[in-house]
Ligand binder design. Structure first.
Ligand code: SF4
Length: 981
């Protein structure tokens, strides 16, 4: 009986679950969002085998330590979602894409069809196959598949998510937030979070903030909207969207002007003292260097250390590496100097100082809406906490030059930022400004500051070149490089001799040179135009491109069905692999039913996106805890099967046979280099080796017996300062995480960016951009961070569209994954436009009233809610709650379709651009191609009396596809514990 008002706990959530005759408990990894918490799945026997009864957090898992969120515990309802697709489907002959008319087919027929079609493409022109995937976590496999196929047309979702965050940080400090690094809240005293919703690194961040606040830490959130983390911050500083870069520039101005910078750190560990050529010549703006080959570029010629500094102690030039950091040398951070050959130079920090000189708090106030006095106070708070409340940990370490440091310097100011900064067309330079701000405070891989997670830090620029040789796209031949990577100069762009893009998404072209994650948001638009060429088959995995994963949703739906003058689809064959009947499924020619995360093997490993902790690498897996539903097959197995049938070299034995029996076998035995595999735990024939070792045939069992996670604790001496930590650099190279063991100096000044600018200015030999893009490259490839208004503002009448419009993912749902979830639908079945009361009243719209939201690209009708938790110039809503009628097996007329709405209808995936072949260019950051989701400008007005009280636009209802699960009612009663109905 329930112990009402008893002091005795009803149950101890940390105690080990007790298996009964009826229940068993298996551990695996959650995938209700991308955070990857450890979970315990409670099972009991059902009619058709084990059934999920309950999911809770795994207290023995290092990431979430038993914590579980609403989404995670609702995985049970994803498993039995009525929207589950259960068999392969082929579009009915003669039916239109989008009508959703299918016939079931066997897997054998689906594989035969794909093998024949893809085989022909591979044997003729491999680039006509394009593979683009959504929020999956298997890019090491999907990228390998594309490379082995021989097509450069591959990317995952990063280009439309947060590539600006990843690239902006990696090109500056060698690491980034989330799985690659984060705030050390155990030791921080001040925590500043900017532009972050609650979905990235969700449970670990909540645990860390909880501890941080209990320990008396001060938490400031800077965000246009006060939701989630911002709601529990000690102080919320509202800011206008897209202006964070101006705030960072003003903070840098204040910190430098008041000398609140870490001089010793800047001199030893960054390129701040390195001398930049000032003369008007082909090396203008690049670092001066020592031509002595002994000082020349190491290894593969990237990231050379042969730069110069000005030693104020001797009044002479010294080599930056290593004399510049030798005892007795005091590199100048300021001033102007002349080299022996007459070349005028200055330390890059001097140029930064000059850059921020005009970026006063008053200047930033006019842009950000934050009071200048508050900006000054914020800078002082950051600087004084970092420098005057600093402390040392008694952890000795040795730097890359052999100097022994008896202790480790803490800099207790931690930052965290995500998509709010990234999803703007000025995001890369904004993120650069943040990384430079963190660097001048000395908070990089320091106790209390930002800390890397293995395998980071990478080199600046990382030693991963993207495929860029059009001559190497050959029939039946793998590419000689991975499709994605990090260009270091114009010579590494993926362009043809005439400068046109190699890739269908135009990634790594002059349009978006550093697009490290590709541009998924432009694939359909470009393919439908045949720009730069037509593709034959587009395979999409787990991305809802016909709805919330596209800007210009209605346009993209039309493009998916667009035909040429001969009546042929511009995208002749569209393969969609998904576990659910999304809006995109209706447009497929071939539908492949994926499993849920509870039905398959998965890897979150060091070759891709591990879940490392600050103190050492961590990888994890999923193992099937229930059998696949219907004929569902994991997408990984689909790829292994196709790779084997198509006889990709990496998947074929020397005798021509099949190399791997399936995905689990592949994971265990595939080695990109000897001893390195997809998983680092329990390697070696007997499973006793870790990090590096021969394949272990029982590796999956070892993970399953150990909470599906492997954690390696590095010695304390390798916990910090890893850009320069000799012991760590050697260790990381030995374990295959890095190619070299030389130090990673922080790039306050980016000569990589300058090399593109020199090409645009026509000053450097080698590749030059087309004339139409010269000014664009010259402007945005600034080697120092700067703020500029988002590009869409230049194309918009700001008086006519005075408001910024944003979306956020709600805490209870992840993208479009959860609207079919019977439990989570009860939290969000429709969404509102949240507007500051002052703004709404000025527009004459009542709280709860219907209104129109209009941009220059489109309009939506929705309901509006007053909210004081948003700055007056911004309106916002939850993303992906609105659904097309009948999609996701939602009943016709459901709230999601009638009252929910999608802001994407207001956003264009392209902006006008004179000079490109199409006269348009992606609505993206000009450096990385990051989608400018948060740049759209809108206006609002009340709906007219008598207008229908339903959202606009409305879609024709989607019919259920054959075999869709659709059993919601019985599930609800079953899990209420009243027996199966
Ligand atoms: S945060 Fe929630 S949904 Fe995401 S992985 Fe963790 S438990 Fe699952």
């Amino acid at each position: 009986m329930f112990k009402f008002l008893s002091r005795e706990p009803v149950h101890d959530p940390l105690s080990a679950p007790t298996p009964t005759a009826e229940t068993t408990v298996k551990t695996t990894t959650c995938y209700m969002c991308a955070c990857r918490c450890g979970i315990r799945v409670h099972l009991r026997d059902g009619e058709k085998g084990p059934e999920v009864r309950y999911i809770d957090g795994n207290p023995d898992h290092p990431l979430n330590q038993g914590v579980i969120c609403a989404k995670g515990s609702s995985g049970i309802m994803k498993q039995v979602s009525p929207a589950r697709i259960t068999q392969p489907l082929l579009r009915k002959a003669g039916s239109e894409r989008g009508a959703g008319e299918f016939e079931p087919i066997s897997w054998e027929r689906a594989f035969d069809m794909l093998t024949e079609r893809l085989g022909k493409i591979r044997a003729t022109d491999p680039k006509k196959f394009a593979l683009f995937t959504g929020r999956d976590q298997m890019q090491a496999l999907t990228g390998l598949f594309a490379r082995q196929f021989g097509t450069p047309n591959y990317a995952a979702h990063g280009g439309f998510c947060s590539v600006n965050m990843a690239a902006g940080m990696i090109y500056t400090i060698g690491g980034s937030f989330w799985e690659f690094g984060g705030p050390d809240l155990d030791r921080a005293k001040l925590f500043v979070m900017i532009g972050t919703a609650e979905d990235h690194h969700s449970n670990p961040m909540k645990i860390a903030i909880s501890k941080f606040k209990r320990a008396g830490g001060r938490f400031i959130s800077i965000n246009p909207v006060r939701t989630g983390y911002s709601a529990i911050a000690d102080e919320w500083i509202p800011i206008k969207p897209g202006t964070d870069g101006a705030l960072f520039m003003a903070l840098l101005h204040e910190l430098i002007a008041s000398d609140l910078v870490d001089h010793a750190f800047l001199k030893r560990f960054t390129n701040a003292p390195q001398l930049v050529v000032l003369d008007d010549c082909e090396r203008q703006g690049l670092f001066a260097f020592d031509p002595d080959p002994q000082r020349g570029p190491p290894g593969d010629g990237r990231n050379p250390h042969n730069k110069l500094v000005w030693d104020t102690a001797s009044g002479s030039v010294k080599n930056a590496y290593p004399e510049g950091i030798a005892d007795g040398c005091d590199p100048a951070l300021e001033g102007h100097y002349t080299l022996a050959d007459g070349t005028r130079v200055a330390p890059s920090f001097q140029l930064l100082r000059e850059r921020v000189a005009s970026c006063t708090p008053e200047w930033a106030q006019a842009i950000t809406g934050i009071d200048a006095a508050r900006i000054r106070q914020l800078a002082r708070e950051m600087g004084e906490t970092a420098l005057k409340q600093a402390f040392e940990l008694p952890i000795p370490w040795t730097d890359a030059w052999g100097k022994q440091h008896p202790s480790t310097q803490a800099r207790p100011v931690a930052f965290h930022a995500m998509r709010g900064l990234a999803a703007h067309s000025n995001g890369f330079q904004t993120v650069r400004a943040l990384a430079v701000l963190m660097s001048v405070l000395g908070t990089i891989d320091a106790p209390g500051g930002f800390r890397h997670k293995a395998p980071y830090p990478r080199h600046i620029v990382p030693n991963y070149r993207a495929f860029n040789d059009p001559g190497m796209i050959q029939p039946n031949t793998p590419l000689n490089a991975a499709p994605l990577g990090f260009p270091a100069s114009p010579e590494e762009l993926a362009i043809n001799p005439d400068g046109s893009p190699i890739r269908i998404d135009h990634a790594f072209s002059w349009e978006h040179p550093l697009s490290a994650h590709g541009l998924m948001h432009n694939v359909i638009t470009n393919a439908a135009k045949g720009d730069p060429y037509r593709v034959d088959t587009l395979m999409i995995f787990m991305a809802n491109m016909a709805w919330n994963s596209s800007m210009n949703t209605m346009g993209v739906r039309e493009m998916l069905n667009r035909k040429d003058e001969k009546g042929e689809h511009m995208i002749p064959f569209l393969v969609v692999c998904d576990a659910f009947q999304s809006e995109t499924v209706a447009f497929a020619d071939l539908v492949l039913p994926d499993t849920t995360y509870l039905e398959r093997h998965d890897v979150m490993g060091m070759l891709d996106r591990p879940i490392s902790e600050f103190d050492g690498p961590v990888d994890s897996v999923r193992v099937p805890v229930v059998p696949p539903t219907g004929e569902c097959k994991p997408f990984q197995e689909v790829l292994i099967e196709l790779a084997s049938r198509l006889k990709f070299p990496a998947f074929t034995t020397p005798e021509g046979g099949r190399k791997y029996t399936g995905y689990p076998d592949f994971v265990v035995n595939f080695e990109p280099q000897p001893g390195i595999g997809f998983l680092m735990g329990w390697r070696g024939k007997d499973g006793t080796e870790h990090l590096r070792g021969a394949p272990n045939p029982r590796q999956w069992e070892a993970y399953a017996q150990n909470n599906c996670v492997f954690q390696y604790h590095m010695p304390e001496t390798m916990h910090y300062m890893r850009n320069w930590n000799r012991e760590y650099l050697d260790f990381a190279k030995d374990k295959g995480w890095r190619q070299r063991n030389d130090p990673v100096q922080l790039a306050l000044y980016s000569d990589t960016l300058q090399s593109f600018r020199l090409a645009a200015q026509g000053k450097s030999a080698g590749r030059q951009p087309p004339d139409a893009l010269r000014e664009r490259i010259d402007t945005y490839f600034d080697p120092l961070p700067f703020w500029y208004p988002p590009l869409e503002e230049a194309a918009t009448d700001l008086a006519a569209y005075p408001l910024n419009a944003l979306t956020q993912r709600p805490m209870a749902m992840y993208h479009s994954w959860d609207s079919q979830n019977a439990w989570l639908r009860q939290i969000h079945s429709h969404n509102y436009l949240h507007v500051n009361p002052l703004t709404a009243q000025a527009a004459g719209i009542a709280d709860g009233g219907w209104c129109w939201v209009e941009s220059r690209w489109g309009q939506v009708r929705c309901m509006l809610r007053y909210s004081e938790a948003v700055e007056p110039g911004t309106v916002w809503t939850w993303n992906a709650i609105g659904k097309a009628d009948g999609a996701w097996q939602l009943a016709p007329g459901s709230d999601e379709a009638r009252k929910g709405f999608l802001l994407n209808h207001l956003i264009s995936e392209e902006l006008p651009c004179a000079g490109t072949a199409s006269g348009t260019i992606s609505n993206s950051d000009p450096i990385t191609g990051q989608a400018g989701w948060y740049d759209v400008r809108v206006r609002i007005r009340p709906a007219e009396p008598g207008e229908p009280e339903e959202s606009f636009p409305q879609m024709a209802s989607m019919p259920p596809v054959p075999g869709v699960l659709g059993k919601a009612a019985s599930v609800l009663t079953y899990f209420a514990g009243r027996g199966k109905k």
